[in-house]
Design a protein around this ligand. Sequence first.
Ligand code: UDP
Ligand code: MG
Length: 312
Amino acid sequence: MKLSLVVPCYNEAGNVTAFLDAVLSAFNGCGYDYEIVFVDDGSKDATLHNLKKLYNAQKCPIKVISFSRNFGKESAIYAGMEHAEGDYISLIDADLQQRPEIVLDMVKLLDEDPECDVIAAYQDRRGEGKVLSFFKKRFYSIINHLSDVNLHADASDFRTFRRSVRDSLLELAEYHRFSKGLFAWVGYETRFIPYTACERHSGKTKWSFRKLMNYAIEGIIGFSTKPLRYSIYIGTLTAVAAVLYLLWVIIEKLIWGIDIPGYATIIVLILLLGSIQLFCIGIIGEYVGRTFEQSKNRPVYIAKAILKPEDE
Ligand code: UDP
Ligand code: MG
């Protein structure tokens, strides 16, 4: 098997059939074997029903993994990679925003250059609003500054890579998965190519602003312990400021000998120090929480059913 397409699907009932048709027409006559690994991420609509229909028809080799609940796209990618048998693995969304034709180009690039291990697509033009792209830019500059890994600002999960990369990714069995970071962490020779995302075929995006914020925090906490160090810096700074202020108060008292009513100062200081403490405890809490999660050693996903052709 040359290529496995790993397709995470969450409430994509209106897309999966069109997706398969798009793949069939794009790969028609490509001259090599490929399979599609659909992962139904606990969809609440008819996605699984439609996937079963596609599975039964087997217009090309198709596997379907169905989760017991919604575990998130990252878990779906993990499950799909585990069951992928191709020499190359391609991650692609089910909503046809990423054209299957581009996968053909990626495969060609990998064929031509044995030194290259990952072809990653990045969006050359983003169709999103100014506010969102402002926050996304800030996020990438913060995470690149904080962590040891270096992320490409516009890179998506739309990638094609060799089996060795997939093996390395699967070895990282962390519960909180942040694909872009994991890709950067495992290394390998990566080449970025531009692509233009199309409109969603049907349905709407699962990403709200709140989810994106959580995703950003996941990325930062998952790939850096610098926030912990910074909380020490903040603590040191406020300690130094407190000592200086103390000196000032003593000198003031010695020189002028007057009590200045300091009600406002006290309130402001209590609030300021209290919030700094809460902020730092919050940061520590994030790390403790993750340690707790990971120590439970829970699986990244639970598959309710795995449909794959018998002869394997
Ligand atoms: N997805 C998933 N689980 C989720 C959310 C999304 O498997 O909890 C899948 C979704 O079905 C799609 C892909 O991840 O195939 C990308 O999602 P979406 O199109 O909503 O994201 P966007 O393209 O807007 O970034
Ligand atoms: Mg999409």
